[in-house]
Design a binder for this molecule. Structure first.
Ligand code: K7E
Ligand code: CUA
Length: 687
């Protein structure tokens, strides 16, 4: 009850605060002509407001003040949405609060991250990272993350899992949203390059990973002279096991595609559930070689007026794969192109011109595709595509793939501006398309079943708002679901140029938060957020209350990889060191403000297995653990048990300590690892 009273008092205070600020905004709006807020007007209005004076002193316009009001999130209050953005070549994922645009976490995925103890000794994380190596001899310590995909139930984000791909090395990662940690990385067995991933089917049975740059399948070699015969594109369907929280490679499969560069995919939903759509470019099959006098890729891959939207019958492909009608490539089942054609799994739709991305409308009725080199966005009708397939209204391409008649399946084209790329949707019958070359976001009205949701004419550009600069993807709240929220839009800009203080020639990316809630009003730019760490490509925004992450691990001794109690969980009083020949095993506990044991005595040449359990149950009582020189740093969240394993190759005295400032006596949370020389003569020998 006391808590409720406090909250009520707080609510009243917030309401009063907003009223005063809204008065100030209204006042500014009345002197909008001058743009510069003036103290005279403030005084004339009879409101002597400290807040107005602050706005004036800072040179804030009425728009600025309203943007501040829409984004300011007082201390202790939480954001309405969480945005999961790829970290681009940082190889990570960001979790960002919306509308405050506060970074809440950088989730370590493909790149080791010491604060989270990811890839710095913790055995589970080392194994997750190693799971994505192309080859044991070639450890990979980064990735180029592109498209995060939240798991879905019935086409709605369910807040359970997050997937993301690594374009550079063709990998897919699984993140568990109970603890926001990466649990699995799978390497694509047939391709070294991907892009059309990750996308989740409406019930997360499959995680889609489409290819990008064609190459011989199975990571093998063939000369570029053999491009048309030996190089291939692909799409991989990873089976996701929700109970286990893992991709099941043994139940997954791929499909061979012509060596067009598959780009982005999207899963059908509702009426188009069971189908997958991927755009492509370079159907010219340009092979580059500018240094040899051949046309450069940038011109060679832009000759034709049309590329191909790939329309893939997922449901039937699953049946074909399950029936074993596949060939093995690198030990992985692949539906060959011939089989795909025999079984009628693959169709093409001509799409203008060097397109980038395909976005399915919330009800699944239309596919929106924008050609980078065409000022229009093109809308295709799923119903018409199905009818054209049914009617046999197609001609085979060079590889025998049926190409549907463009005019038969195209619903409409809408002229938006220069360099249209990606599209998102709201709940009011509008679509939002990024315009890379215009550096703008276009709002346009949909038709068909969306026509009655707003008063604008169907399929018409309504408004454009400038962004800064070179927008790639954009993302709307719940924007890829069957029921977008129609709230915030984030423009993910590649360039920042002059938006922030200069910090040298490598500039941050710029996320711009835009208010799209009111269809009658101009889309309002609310906030600029620099991203100083890799180039995010895509993002998804989920309602924060759909996420139910743990505050502490459920039980003491928790292994976050198995999500169960570790066999090495150690309770207070059970700490010990055991030796078996050269193998030393240590069971340690961590609690504010000591490790037990504080002395660990071993010998050079020992093989060390060291388990540490954080026996805390208090929210946020994390301990770290580092051993100098051995490249070890752990993060032990409350309840967590971690294991490290290493060879004691160098003798000396090593002060291990807690790397999280956990308590007033944190500096005392330390101990000595004594590694004796293996030979008492060692020092004199080396002298
Ligand atoms: Cu950069 Cu989706 Cu990889 Cu467009 S992609 S921007
Ligand atoms: Cu535990 Cu610092």
């Amino acid at each position: 009850m006391a808590l409720n009273n406090r909250n009520f008092g707080r609510t009243k205070a917030i309401v009063a605060f907003l009223l005063v600020l809204l008065l100030a905004v209204g006042l500014f709006a009345s002197c909008r002509d001058q743009q510069e807020p003036g103290s005279e007007q403030l005084e004339e209005s009879g409101i002597s407001s400290d807040l107005a004076a602050i706005a004036e002193a800072r040179g804030l316009t009425p728009d600025d003040v309203s943007a501040a009001l829409k984004t300011y999130t007082p201390s202790g209050t939480h954001d309405e949405y969480i945005l999961f953005a790829s970290g681009g070549h940082a190889g990570q994922v960001y979790a960002i609060g919306v509308p405050s645009m506060r970074i809440l976490k950088q989730i370590a995925v493909f790149t080791p991250e010491p604060w989270q103890g990811y890839g710095y000794g913790a055995k589970g994380s080392m194994e997750v990272l190693a799971g994505g190596y192309v080859n044991e001899d070639l450890p990979l310590t980064w990735g180029d993350t592109h498209h995060p995909a939240l798991s879905e139930t019935g086409g709605e984000y369910d807040g359970d899992w997050l997937f993301i791909n690594d374009k550079a090395n063709a990998r897919v990662a699984v993140i568990d949203l109970r603890d926001f940690e990466t649990k699995q990385i799978v390497k694509n067995p047939i391709s070294l390059s991907d892009h059309g991933g990750t996308f989740s089917t409406p019930d997360t049975e499959w995680v889609i990973e489409g290819g990008q740059y064609a190459a011989p399948l199975g990571w093998s070699y063939s000369s570029i002279e053999n491009y048309r015969d030996d190089y291939r594109g692909m799409i991989t369907l990873w089976k996701f096991d929700r109970e286990a929280g893992r991709i099941r490679p043994e139940e997954s499969f791929a499909m061979e595609l012509p060596p067009y560069w598959q780009d982005l995919c999207d899963a059908g939903k509702l009426v188009s559930d069971g189908w997958i759509f991927c755009n492509s470019f370079n159907t010219e099959m340009a092979t580059g070689g500018v240094e040899k006098g051949e046309p450069a890729f940038e011109s060679g891959a832009s000759q034709r007026d049309m590329d191909y939207l790939h329309v893939i019958n997922l449901d039937r492909a699953v049946e074909v794969a399950a029936a074993g009608n596949t060939t093995e490539v690198n030990g992985f089942p692949v539906i060959s192109l011939d089989t795909a054609l025999e079984e009628e799994l693959l169709y093409f739709v001509p799409e203008p011109k060097s397109p980038h991305g395909v976005d399915v409308t919330p009800g699944g009725e239309y596919l929106v595709i924008s050609g980078k080199l065409d000022p229009h966005t093109t809308v295709f009708s799923f119903e018409k595509i199905m009818a054209a397939i049914e009617a046999g209204d197609y001609e085979p391409d060079e590889y025998g793939v049926p190409v549907l008649n463009f005019d038969s399946v195209m619903e409409t084209q809408v002229e938006l501006g220069l360099g249209p790329l990606h599209t998102q949707f709201d709940d009011k019958g509008y679509a939002y398309t990024s315009l890379f070359l215009d550096s703008a976001v276009a709002r346009w009205s949909l038709g068909g079943p969306y026509a009655d949701l707003n008063d604008d004419p169907d399929w018409t550009l309504v408004q454009k708002t400038p962004v800064h600069y070179n927008v790639g993807h954009l993302v709307a709240a719940e924007g890829d679901t069957v029921s977008p929220d129609g709230n915030y839009l984030v423009s993910m800009n590649k360039w920042a140029v002059d938006r922030f203080a200069n910090v040298g020639p490598l500039l941050p990316q710029n996320f711009q938060l835009i208010d799209i809630a009111n269809p009658g009003a101009t889309m309002q730019l609310l906030y600029d957020m620099p991203i100083p760490d890799g180039e995010p490509h895509y993002a998804q925004i989920i309602k924060a209350d759909k996420l139910e992450p743990w505050e502490v691990y459920p039980e003491v001794g928790w292994d976050p990889i198995t999500q169960s109690v570790s066999p090495h969980a150690t309770a207070a009083g059970e700490e010990r060191i055991e030796r078996d020949g050269n193998n030393v095993e240590i069971w340690m506990t961590a609690v504010r403000s000591h490790f037990t044991p504080e002395h660990v005595e071993i010998r050079k040449g020992d093989h060390v297995t060291w388990h540490i359990t954080n026996i805390e149950r208090a929210y946020d009582a994390t301990h770290g653990f580092t051993i100098p020189a051995y490249n070890i740093n752990l993060s032990l969240e409350p309840g967590e048990t971690e294991t490290i394993e290493f060879e004691a190759t160098h003798d000396g005295v090593f002060s291990y300590y807690c790397t999280e400032f956990c308590s007033a006596l944190h500096l005392e949370m330390t101990g000595y690892l004594f590694i004796e020389p293996d030979d008492s003569q060692a020092f004199s020998e080396s002298d």
